[in-house]
Ligand binder design. Structure first.
Ligand SMILES: [Zn+2]
Ligand SMILES: [Zn+2]
Length: 327
């Protein structure tokens, strides 16, 4: 049986740390964190696995990988501009406050049995010097050690509490673990780690690892990277804490084989974006890896329809991987 493909089944060989005593009570550590989704699959798992294998995973294994798309890098930005470049899936190069920030870079051609749809358009060697790296959680589609090693050049990396041990040998100068609602000033930017509704285990039992999103601010503007989440009231709370110019919102992986409600569908992501009160939305977490039961490009089509119905076309920006946008 397949577990959700973005954690669990493809160990990189490193051993998970034993849970801390504060998370020992309660099923899956739920007592310690009400936003954590439990690990058990819902009814119909066997049938969903079968459909996922037949309709999504195996057809992608057999299809040739698409070539890399066109890419570009931004020139110098003015102080009130934010550069956003999608690196595929949840990976972004953000440029604000004169700094280059990478969030969740994953250039893996394979995530276990899930084959990347296309060759990455921009990889580490194409990028400018990266001042700071942020990781939203330890799932394999967000934290990929070879990608991080390719980026690491003595800069700091920020991870959720409980995730630092995984990245310790990558080559970063400083590993900073953040707790929910903690804020830090790093590289002249204010970084706040926000709660989300998801779970953080990289394997099975390491549910003590935290997971969330980031508010990334310079003196004039804030970008929000949601990480992974299902829809919950917390989006309103995040929106109260910052005037978000651009929200990077996950819209895919809403039909995981386990049936667990751990991700948003496109309509829910649009609702979460409205709860945030953010200015612009950039969709992500679709189109790269077949890790869920929906067709790979369905999230994009559904979001486009929902956006038109709500007449929000001027607030939702679909990015092509590797093509920068300025907000
Ligand atoms: Zn995840
Ligand atoms: Zn994910």
């Amino acid at each position: 049986m397949l577990h959700d493909l973005h954690s669990g089944p493809f160990s990189n060989g490193s051993k998970p740390k034993p849970p801390r005593s504060t998370f020992d009570s309660g099923e899956n550590g739920e007592a310690a964190d009400g936003n954590k989704v439990g690990l058990l699959p819902s009814k119909g798992w066997r049938e969903r696995n079968f459909r996922f294998l037949n309709d999504v995973l195996i057809p992608h294994l057999l299809a040739p990988r698409q070539p890399r798309g066109a890419s570009a890098l931004l020139g110098e930005l003015s102080a009130n501009q934010t550069g956003v470049t999608w690196l595929g899936h949840a990976g972004f190069l953000l440029q604000l406050g004169g700094k280059n920030i990478l969030v969740d870079p994953v250039w893996a051609l394979w995530l276990g049995p899930a084959k990347r749809y296309s060759h990455p358009s921009l990889v580490a060697r194409d990028l400018p010097y990266i001042d700071l790296v942020l990781i939203t959680h330890a799932h394999f589609d967000h934290l990929h050690l070879p990608s991080l090693r390719a980026v690491a050049a003595g800069q700091p990396i920020i991870v959720p509490e409980g995730v630092g041990s995984i990245v310790k040998s990558c080559g970063f100068s400083r590993i900073v673990e953040m707790d929910y609602w903690q804020s830090l000033r790093v590289a002249g930017l204010d970084i706040t780690f926000t709660p989300m509704k998801h779970w953080g285990a990289r394997f099975i039992h390491d549910t003590y690892r935290k997971f969330g999103g980031y508010l990334i601010s310079d003196a004039r503007q804030t970008v929000f990277h949601c990480g992974d989440s299902s829809l919950f009231d917390g989006f309103t709370e995040v929106g109260k804490r910052a005037d978000i110019k651009v929200a990077l919102m996950p819209i895919g992986a809403y039909k995981p084989p386990s049936g667990r409600p751990v991700h948003m569908n496109p309509e829910e992501a649009l609702q979460a974006f409205q709860m945030l009160g953010a200015g612009q939305m950039v969709p992500m977490h679709y189109g790269a890896y077949p890790i869920s039961g929906e067709p790979l490009h369905e999230p994009e089509q559904r979001l486009l329809m929902a956006t038109r119905q709500l007449k929000m076309q001027d607030r939702v920006h679909f990015l092509a991987e590797g093509q920068p946008a300025v907000f």
